[in-house]
Design a protein around this ligand. Structure first.
Ligand code: FMN
Length: 172
């Protein structure tokens, strides 16, 4: 049996997938001595052993080219207090780090200070998919701290705070 693909309207796809609430992160890298950073919410944990994640970059995003060229990047998961950082790194054509003060992790990748978590990655694989470039990262180092996360739902930012103080144990 053959399936005829339905032509799904891009704005309907965006609106519908916007019902899937996510956190928000900034992907950072440095290529040819120039720091780059970009707000993303397409972050997915792919594998635990080995530790792999993926990020989907819109084709034409300058930071995607920089990540592939550098061969490494950091994922900075934003805290609930970092909405202005998310907006700053979502501006097209800006010097995203202007006035921020550069900080580097132990692997010489620029990082966003005071983030909820940092994951330092090597580019493991690059897959072109539709109008996006999917970059798989092999996680080399990571750190995290307590606190609420910045959320994104139906095009709006929100705060995600844990319900209780007891850690949840979950498996998949
Ligand atoms: C909450 C939020 C999530 C975003 N997620 C993504 C994403 O996952 N992938 C992507 O390509 N762009 C995403 N964007 C858009 C980019 O941040 C934006 O296009 C940015 O200007 C690209 O920067 P650059 O082209 O200077 O690298 C997101 C923007 C916001 C505000």
């Amino acid at each position: 049996m053959t399936m005829t693909p339905l032509a799904v309207d891009a704005s309907a796809m965006r609106r519908t997938m916007g019902r899937f609430a996510t956190g928000v992160a900034v992907v950072t890298t440095e290529s040819d001595g120039v720091p780059h950073g970009m707000t993303i919410n397409s972050l997915t944990s792919v594998s635990l052993e080995p530790a792999l994640l993926l990020v989907c970059f819109n084709r034409g995003a300058r930071s995607a080219d920089a990540v592939v060229a550098a061969g490494r990047f950091a994922v900075n998961i934003l805290s609930s207090r970092q909405q202005t950082i998310a907006l700053r790194f979502a501006q097209r054509g800006e010097d995203h780090f202007a006035g921020l003060g550069l900080e580097y992790d132990g692997h010489r990748v620029p990082v966003v200070p005071h983030a909820l978590a940092h994951l330092d990655c090597d580019v493991e694989r690059v897959v072109e998919a539709g109008d996006h470039t999917v970059v798989f990262g092999a996680v080399r180092d990571l750190c995290s701290r307590e606190g609420g996360a910045l959320g994104f739902f139906r095009g709006n930012f929100s705060s995600i705070v844990p319900h209780g103080s007891e850690p949840e144990h979950w498996f998949f």
